[in-house]
Design a protein around this ligand. Structure first.
Ligand code: C2O
Ligand code: CU
Length: 526
């Protein structure tokens, strides 16, 4: 494994990847488990794992649905929830929930979600993976200010940037319009406020958004209560039960960023699945579709099943990635999922005797984070679902020697200060366009890294062409909108924007890197 030796070289040079990142785990000298981030340990007693029931976030009902369009209303508000059994935790939630309600949108139906901000701070809503018009894409300075501001408080929301004058600011409520002219896929929506995305997502502002279509429905994949979201978030809890996060300004109003030594990213020691700590789910001995979404700020997971299925086969049949269904299912022994990535997998619990407990393990976790949830196989049933050999039509984006190439280098900036993480050596400036790609022109974007950076591009998905001198990695299949860059790696992708002109962005989806300036803007041109 070439990556390991490179990584140890880096550890020496930067002291950033390695045991030193593990924080206060009681002198544990265990080497890094492939994270560029630091553990923030909870100071409240943690519940026993697999002791609370698995839940599915509620599906949001539209306020109206007619003529191929539907309208939704979501209120962003504070709420006190029981996340840890017997403890009270205040969240900032869509409808006061963590995660927020799920929106299910049939392909081609126009969805308008009117968000009302009843919080005390600015927000921005981004539909991650959506092919969205610029006005609704959630540019970080297009703020939604609360209806009522706390007296005397300046609510610029981008305290340390000189630019940002071009942000379109609304107060009270704001409609976001999604055309959903894209294939069935597992998307998610989350906060994207300039400088404060990390703490606002950490406190709860994230939810699922599923696009469905007839082609997918006709396949016969596991459906109904055999089609489950698995939204993974790691979090840390303070002694009083509140969510702990090392913000420089805990009110999230003035100074952005996090305290040292968390500037590389914040990891928690509690794993929430759909908002519950390490839940357990009773399952039929049948196929299930699990829509894995990594909604963690900085943590990467390498998921497996223990025990594996009888006969030693691969436990996961991957059927989809960020942008929707793969052309054909892919057997996977493990799923490596970086922040913001999605993997749709089918697991056949029919391969286990009734009574088996099957743990969804995380090989990149230590201690409390080495497992994320548990399934208990409780009954045998007749399973009518199937996973066909052919899933979806696939078009490989063609590149040629004269295809335009753009370089995007993700690296650490100077020590201290908000400009901690840079792209091409520059801090984000919302008014500076770093690229002007033309619609319908395929380009090659070459991403390179110093450390781990999950790179995300808004508006259109891409296809991974190469990792270093090799082809795509085993978790790179399909249409991707986020790609996991490991230390000192170069990944080339083919990308083509096909609709919507305007201002968009690419950025690192380690949310602490993002808040500390690892973003770049581009403008799509007709
Ligand atoms: Cu999931 Cu620009 O974000
Ligand atoms: Cu990064």
């Amino acid at each position: 494994m070439r990556a390991i030796s490179r990584r140890s070289a880096l550890t020496g040079a930067l002291g950033l990847v390695g045991g030193a990142l593990l924080g206060s785990t009681g002198g544990c000298a265990n080497p890094s488990r492939d994270q560029t981030a630091r553990l923030l340990s909870s100071t409240t007693p943690l519940p026993e794992r697999f002791s609370v029931p698995f839940v599915v976030p509620p599906v949001k009902q539209p306020v109206s649905r007619a003529g191929g369009a539907s309208a939704y209303e979501i209120v962003q508000r504070r709420a006190v929830l029981e996340i840890l059994p017997g403890r009270q935790t205040e969240v900032l939630g869509y409808d006061g929930l963590l995660p927020g309600p799920t929106i299910v949108a049939p392909r081609g139906e126009q969805v308008t979600v009117t968000h009302r901000n009843e919080l005390y701070l600015p927000t921005v809503v981004h539909l991650h993976g959506g092919h969205t018009a610029a006005a609704s894409d959630g540019y970080p300075t297009d703020l939604l200010l609360p209806a009522a501001s706390p007296t005397g408080r300046r609510l610029s929301g981008h305290a340390h940037t000189t630019g940002g004058a071009s942000g379109v600011v609304a107060r009270g409520s704001r409609p976001y319009v999604y055309e959903n002219e894209q294939p069935a896929a597992t998307l998610w929506y989350h906060d994207h406020r300039m400088d404060f995305t990390g703490p606002q997502v950490w406190r709860g502002l994230a939810g699922l958004y599923l696009i469905t279509d007839d082609a997918e429905e006709a396949l016969g994949l596991p459906a109904g209560d055999h089609d489950l979201p698995v939204m993974i978030m790691d979090r840390a809890f303070a002694a009083d039960g509140s969510l702990a996060y090392p913000s420089l300004d805990p009110r999230l109003l003035e100074t952005p960023g996090v305290r040292d030594p968390y500037t590389a990213g914040v990891l928690g020691d509690v794993v929430l699945i759909n908002g519950r700590p390490w839940p357990e789910l009773a399952v039929d001995a049948a196929r299930y579709r699990l829509r894995i979404v990594n909604a963690s700020n900085a943590r990467r997971y390498r998921l497996g099943l223990s025990p594996g299925p009888a006969g030693g086969g691969a436990p996961f049949l991957q059927v989809g990635s960020d942008g929707g269904l793969l052309a054909a299912p892919l057997s996977q022994h493990e799923i490596l999922v970086a922040p913001a990535e999605r993997f749709d997998v089918v697991v056949d619990f029919g391969a286990y005797p009734v009574g088996t407990e099957v743990v969804l393990t995380n090989a990149l976790g230590l201690g409390s984070t080495d497992a994320v949830m548990r399934f208990r196989v409780v009954r045998s049933v007749r399973d009518a679902s199937r996973v066909p050999e052919h899933l979806a039509w696939w078009e490989a984006l063609e590149t040629a020697p004269d295809t335009p190439v753009r370089e995007w280098r993700f690296s650490r900036g100077g020590a201290g200060g908000p400009a901690h993480w840079l792209i091409n050596g520059r801090a984000f400036d919302p008014d500076r366009m770093d690229a002007r790609p033309r619609l319908d022109q395929t380009e090659i974007w070459r991403f390179s890294s110093d450390l781990h950076h999950p790179v995300h591009v808004h508006l259109s998905p891409f296809q991974v062409l190469r990792r270093g001198s090799d082809g795509p990695g085993r978790w790179d299949a399909g249409w991707k909108d986020t790609v996991d860059l490991t230390p000192t790696e170069t990944v080339e992708v083919a990308i083509r924007f096909t609709e919507h002109t305007g201002r968009y962005m690419l950025h690192c989806h380690n949310l602490e890197h993002e808040d500390m300036m690892m973003m770049a803007a581009f403008e799509t041109m007709a």
